[in-house]
Design a protein around this ligand. Structure first.
Ligand code: GSH
Length: 211
């Protein structure tokens, strides 16, 4: 199995955590997202993933999957232990909702492409771009802080896809100096997750392409 990844990509970070939780070995294929305007824009990567984003995941049979949440659910369906979603439907919906606050509402506004567009096409100052980034992280984290059920993970005693999405977003928030003092519950969840080898091994600093 191969994972097209970039050490700082939080969407790829999610999949790395899921692969580690499942105990699955994989090869990292690094796609640099900023060098030379982004190696993800090269035709050879476009042939792998027409959306030209990471992650992309290649199964042993050579099938290519894209979109981190779709890849994570595929891994969960093909390797059910340990599960990444609760069994009970209401609890499943809650876990998915927390994951989607990160993956659908925070991350798309703040990732490389949109930030680059704000700068290059809309000619925004770096200070305005930073304010935009902070605003959408704080907006989403405020909702998550009210919705999580730490015990010690986002949905209780078992890890779920909510934790898998939350930890990389907190990593990014710290990197961009978003103040986290108003979010003690989600910071505590992050600390609990980071004690686990599956999360630690997935950290950007522990990737073969880290800089
Ligand atoms: N919804 C996608 C998001 C993928 C995504 O936007 N990845 C970013 C890195 S975290 C990327 O490749 N950005 C490159 C670009 O926008 O040019 C997922 O969950 O996989």
């Amino acid at each position: 199995m191969q994972l097209y990844s970039y050490y700082r990509s939080s969407a790829a970070y999610r999949v790395r955590i899921a692969l580690n939780i499942k105990g699955l070995a994989y090869e990292t294929v690094s796609v640099h997202l900023t060098k030379d305007g982004g190696h993800n824009r090269r035709p050879e990567y476009q042939a792998v993933n027409p959306q030209m984003r990471v992650p992309s995941f290649v199964t042993d049979a050579g099938d290519v999957l894209i979109q981190s949440l779709a890849i994570i659910e595929y891994l969960d369906e093909t390797h059910p232990e340990p599960p990444l979603l609760p069994e009970e439907p209401l609890a499943r919906a809650h876990a998915r909702a927390l994951a989607q606050i990160v993956a659908c509402d925070i991350h798309p506004l703040n990732n490389v492409g949109p930030l680059r567009y704000l700068k290059r096409e809309l000619h925004q100052e770096q200070s305005a771009i930073d304010a935009w980034y902070h605003h959408w992280v704080i907006d989403g984290f405020t909702a998550l802080e009210a919705l999580v059920r730490p015990g010690p993970y986002a949905c209780g005693i078992a890890l779920t896809v909510a934790d898998i999405c939350l930890v990389p977003q907190i990593y990014n928030a710290r990197r961009l100096n978003v103040p986290l003092d108003k979010f003690p519950k989600i910071v505590g969840i992050d600390a609990a997750c980071m004690k686990l080898a599956a999360f630690d091994r997935a950290r950007p600093e522990n990737q073969p392409d880290t800089e």
